[in-house]
Design a protein around this ligand. Sequence first.
Ligand SMILES: *[C@@H]1O[C@H](CO)[C@@H](O)[C@H](O)[C@H]1NC(C)=O
Ligand SMILES: *[C@@H]1O[C@H](CO)[C@@H](O)[C@H](O)[C@H]1NC(C)=O
Ligand SMILES: *[C@@H]1O[C@H](CO)[C@@H](O)[C@H](O)[C@H]1NC(C)=O
Ligand SMILES: *[C@@H]1O[C@H](CO)[C@@H](O)[C@H](O)[C@H]1NC(C)=O
Ligand SMILES: *[C@@H]1O[C@H](CO)[C@@H](O)[C@H](O)[C@H]1NC(C)=O
Length: 494
Amino acid sequence: MGLNTRWKFQRKLMYVFILLVWHLSSTHSAGYFPKLVDLAVLKPITSTSTCGETSSKYCQSLSRATSLQTCVEKTCKFDCCTNCGSARPVPIDLAQSSNKVRVTQDGDPRNGSIVRSFRFQGDSYIQPLRMPTINYVDPGFTISVWIKQKQGNKGTIISKDESIAPNFANVLQLVIQDYNLKFYYRPATGNASVASYTLLQSQSEKLQPDEWHLITVAVINKGLSYYIDGSGVRIGQKYGGDAEWQYEGLMQDILIYNKALTNREAIEAFTGVLPSVYVASHCRCPPTHPKINVAEPAKCLKNVEGDLDTVSRLKDTAHPIEFATDGDTLSFWLSEITQNATIDINLSYTGLQVFYVVLTFYGPVPGALKIQRSLDNGHTFQPWQYFAEDCKTSFNLDNNGPLNWPDSVNCVQYVKPLLSSSGVLTFQTEYPPPSGSNIPVRPFNQDCSNLYCSTRLLQFLKATHVKFDFYNHTLVQNPRHRYFGLQRILVTGR
Ligand SMILES: *[C@@H]1O[C@H](CO)[C@@H](O)[C@H](O)[C@H]1NC(C)=O
Ligand SMILES: *[C@@H]1O[C@H](CO)[C@@H](O)[C@H](O)[C@H]1NC(C)=O
Ligand SMILES: *[C@@H]1O[C@H](CO)[C@@H](O)[C@H](O)[C@H]1NC(C)=O
Ligand SMILES: *[C@@H]1O[C@H](CO)[C@@H](O)[C@H](O)[C@H]1NC(C)=O
Ligand SMILES: *[C@@H]1O[C@H](CO)[C@@H](O)[C@H](O)[C@H]1NC(C)=O
């Protein structure tokens, strides 16, 4: 093992969850006047049409106009990424089929259980008889155990040592003392690597010896390729026995998973519920990248602070509607081949003021677009703005018709030439149109020259939900271009 791999090994090796001290901190907005933000980002969104429930073909759209004349065929199919999966990991209970050597099952149960726990004192250990096949490289493994450790004890949770080929001299030892966890590992050749984690102590001052805590340790290591095959594993003691490393106290639910659990799965193992995330919640992160990227929740990160290497939880053939509001402008929503589609965004609050609605399309803009808003949590909607290639034929409205009142609604005719992809439509509720445009200026009110005295305009800016109705298509020639697509929906307000 080279220096470089050893260094990586120590950084990537292990992450630890202590789930008793998990807090979901709620944030409350401070009392300052809010800045403009994207009100749509990560908000509940639905669409009447999204491709990919069954595999389908579409023609790719690019900014080059020629992308509309020739069809570069692509597949739309919703799936989790290959190494992600959606099934809950199933552990093996290591104590179930095991030799218990001077370990008695007469301890207090951990909180929430009625089964007696295992008591370790003096020279005592559990030797599991059944172990899953484990691949350190990927997907790694996870040890999960409830412990109530005796004060001052330096004890081995699990250890492994083998004297038989091909894995001989392959040593593994997980030690805990004062809630500092140390992981020793020695591959078949070379010196021991030691990874220390003081995380446990620093995570919470509430952690005390003589209390029950759930320890979950996930191990994954790209640099090594050894397998635990079931022999030579001990719980509670260093393999071969060594009083210095004897665990003393209670243990319960000693589980091993033949993969490194992801962060959400560690919580799932504790609570029974997989925490939900914005997009494709059932798709898990791959073990190599166990952490949801909060800024782009379809992506997963390593647990290494500052590591920007991400992988998607979804296959790149998936185009769910959340891709329009997930903060990632490279991902996009795609409808089926259809003549109309409706998208609904729940902004989740009442009384919000919306200043801009900006749509960035994948593929050409629809033939016509109606934006509606709700003021009553989505019960009723009223038109807010129309756009069309020709307002008369689509909506029987004038092109760029007059705005007589602060809350008048008109139809804006598209500015030509239309783009084959990445075209942007902007609805400005209050800001005047760009100079030189033939879109009329929205008046404030009689006897009023700014937003704050115009009660009708203030009311016009409000929305709890926004809805988009897309009709027909522009520019497209090939029938497999007859979809709607969005790279981003931005609803700017406060
Ligand atoms: C045991 O669990 C219950 C509910 O799960 C909780 O209310 C209680 O505080 C816990 N007790 C201890 C000692 O952690
Ligand atoms: C192991 O480490 C010791 C000292 O830390 C060193 O003297 C020895 O050469 C090392 N052995 C190998 C195989 O790297
Ligand atoms: C949408 O299109 C379908 C056929 O593709 C049609 O039956 C339906 O009436 C249309 N809805 C609207 C609102 O135009
Ligand atoms: C809108 O979202 C909020 C929170 O995200 C939820 O409580 C509410 O029920 C949703 N309303 C509708 C109509 O879906
Ligand atoms: C969509 O196209 C159909 C057929 O050309 C037309 O009858 C309908 O009015 C169009 N709808 C809109 C809103 O433009």
